[in-house]
Design a protein around this ligand. Structure first.
Ligand code: JQB
Length: 259
């Protein structure tokens, strides 16, 4: 996968030289190119921003500089373009999966109050452009959002995750564990500062371990993310699940019974 990132702060992307993503780059699985937007500014001050039309606080990124930068980076190719913004569509595991299937992604990192909207309009007629948000809080610019997205996408690429166990049973992965958080995990020693590892995990009884883990996942989801459980497919809840949720006073839709 080729990945281009345009930003006025290329130093933000130093972490992409490390760990999973860094190794994927060394192996050639990932081709990451970070570009300094100011290289396409014309004046001596390398200006990339200007005052907003209509007034108001802050500054807006100038369209001409972005246009020249994007034109040069894409040449006659057609990457999918991602623009982080607090008003974008939510970045979810589902979108990460979809983007991991693309050959070429271009990330445009805004700063200040964002990028002149005509840039998205212009490239929206030539490329697939998505304005995306990583969550409901306000960052100072798109760089950290891009790091988050590149890590989430990168670990889904074939051969990037060190361990073959992979992405399939993650909390937000589509499939069986979707809408259920992961439960607690433990390793040796069996007692640490007086805290014991739950006995069932030492029992070697795989059926009991699986049931206990499922209970923990359900309890944790009810406690911290009940809205995820509210959307769970009722068909995926067995008799034990229903009894536990009942004990937790969590309302689930009734089992479908004919007539
Ligand atoms: C400028 C950004 C985010 C990119 C994501 C997320 O855009 C703004 N609007 C109002 C106030 C401040 C900004 C700052 N800003 C470019 C830019 C914020 C992304 C961003 C984001 N993705 N929160 N904030 N989830």
């Amino acid at each position: 996968m080729r990945l281009d990132i345009i930003s006025i702060f290329p130093e933000y992307f130093a972490p992409l030289g490390v760990s999973l993503i860094g190794k994927a780059r060394e192996r050639g699985t990932l081709d990451v190119r970070v570009h300094q937007l100011r290289d396409w500014a014309h004046d001596v001050h390398k200006t990339v921003d200007d005052t907003p039309y209509g007034g108001g606080p802050g500054m807006v990124m100038k369209p001409e500089v972005w246009g020249e930068a994007i034109d040069d980076v894409i040449g006659d190719g057609g990457p999918r373009m991602i623009v982080p913004t607090p008003s974008g569509r939510p970045f979810t595991q589902e979108l990460a999966q979809e983007l991991a299937g693309e050959e070429w992604l271009l990330f445009a990192c805004g700063r200040y109050e964002g990028i002149d909207s005509r840039v998205m309009a212009e490239y929206g007629s030539r490329l697939r452009v998505d304005e995306v948000s990583i969550g409901d809080y306000v960052l100072a610019g798109g760089e950290v959002a891009v790091l988050v997205m590149v890590e989430a996408i990168g670990r889904l690429l074939p051969g990037v995750l060190g361990n073959v166990r992979s992405a399939v049973d993650d909390s937000f992965a589509p499939g069986a564990m979707r809408n259920l958080l992961e439960g607690p995990v433990y390793t040796k020693p069996p007692v640490w500062r007086g805290h014991e590892v739950p006995e069932v995990l030492l029992s070697g009884h795989h059926g009991k371990v699986a049931r206990w883990r499922r209970d923990q996942a359900l309890r944790r989801t009810v406690a911290t993310r009940p809205e995820l459980l509210a959307e769970i497919d009722a068909e995926t809840l067995d008799k034990h699940d229903r009894r536990l949720l009942d004990e937790l006073a969590f309302r689930v839709p009734p089992e479908d019974v004919a007539n």
